[in-house]
Design a protein around this ligand. Structure first.
Ligand code: UFG
Length: 334
């Protein structure tokens, strides 16, 4: 048996896929999740996919009493910290909710980790910390800035982690900056399933294809991009999950703090994604062009070379597979 990994937010979209990848590789997995944006059924699905056991604690990462109980009961080697609020628009309307939750969870977790001398951490950050990049592709040493409170919580936490590692160099931390994760596990058992009307492109496309929503609004066709619509670096969630396994290997092998882009290095426009989705799934996705969404940037894609050099991570799945797997999940769970 390999090391024991605590996954905060392990019932969520990226957390659940990461749990499957780690179990498959022989790690022991403990999950804490308060189910604020996920369902407890995910635990059974993770067990079914992996044919392995998972220890689940329902509760909040702000709850230090519960955290201490977990660290006392389980001998945790590495923590992956996913648990956070992540809706950009909501964070603009309710900034205090975002600062309170995302910072409180992280500080409580770090304090308890310190107390139990568990100092290996993989942190879920986001490409949002690059703000409006001056050039593309984006490298890890680009200047950092944010345009909304959600992004600012990620950037603040990155700073907290850097200060912590500086004060105590026995901490070993990998900060992962995700680009745009889409797709689902090939089984169709787990995937992205927002309860409300989706904010992000792929879950919206899927709901329009499935006739749960009428029409997709494409936010702007006058950007300085290949076809005028926004360009993003979409990465299959299973590739992203694999990136977490590589990051665990890194924090176990080397004691340092570092940041890594997790993307493919390829940019696709909104129209390209919609057309690929329609073609590979043989479904219609009606759309209309509307105004730009405030705060959006024209294009964003990673330079993935540092993650490859340092972690040995390279995304393998293409855009067609991402579109197929995203739709398969919804079809299977109709
Ligand atoms: N888009 C549409 N219609 C929609 C939704 C999105 O046209 O209904 C467009 C956007 O304008 C953008 C592209 O699709 O050009 C992707 O938008 P998403 O909302 O799916 O993703 P973002 O790149 O805006 O945001 C994502 C994450 C954030 C993160 C950000 C930067 O959702 O958490 O990347 O890393 F902060």
């Amino acid at each position: 048996m390999k090391e024991k990994i605590l996954i905060t937010g392990g019932c969520g979209f990226i957390g659940s896929h990461t749990a499957c990848v780690l179990l498959e590789s022989g790690y022991e997995v403990v999950i804490i999740d308060n189910l604020s944006n996920s369902k407890v059924e995910v635990i059974d699905k993770i067990k079914k996919i992996s044919s392995k056991e998972v220890t689940f604690y329902e509760g909040d990462v702000c709850d230090k009493k519960l955290l201490k109980k977990i660290f006392k009961q389980e001998k945790i080697d590495v923590v992956i910290h996913f648990a956070a609020f992540k809706a950009v628009g909501e964070s603009v309307k309710l900034p205090l909710k975002y600062y309170r939750n995302n910072l409180d969870t992280t500080l409580s977790l770090l304090e308890v980790m310190n107390e139990f001398n568990c100092k290996r951490l993989v942190f879920s950050s986001s490409a949002t910390v690059y703000g409006s990049p001056k050039s593309l592709p984006i490298k890890e040493d680009f200047p950092l800035s944010t345009t909304n409170p959600y992004g600012t919580t990620k950037l603040m936490i990155e700073q907290i982690l850097k200060d912590l590692a500086k004060s105590d160099p026995t901490w070993s931390i990998a900060i992962l900056r995700y680009f745009n994760p889409i797709g689902a596990h090939e089984s169709g058992l787990i995937g992205e399933n927002p309860n409300d009307i989706p904010n992000n492109l792929m879950p919206y496309i899927v709901k329009v294809a499935n006739k749960e929503l009428e029409i997709l609004s494409i936010f702007g066709s006058d950007y300085d991009t290949k076809d005028g619509t926004g360009v993003r670096d979409y990465i299959h969630v299973m590739d992203l999950a694999k990136g977490h396994e590589k990051a665990i290997e890194k924090v176990l092998a080397e004691t340092k703090i570092d940041c890594y882009n997790l993307g493919t290095g390829e940019g696709y426009s909104v129209l390209e994604l919609v057309e690929t989705f329609k073609r590979v799934n043989n479904v219609d996705v009606p759309y209309k062009i509307v105004e730009r969404r405030p705060g959006d940037i024209a294009a964003c894609y990673a330079d993935p070379t540092y993650a490859y050099k340092e972690l040995g991570f390279k995304a393998e799945r293409g855009i067609e597979e991402m579109c197929k797997d995203a739709y398969h999940f919804v079809e299977k769970n109709k």
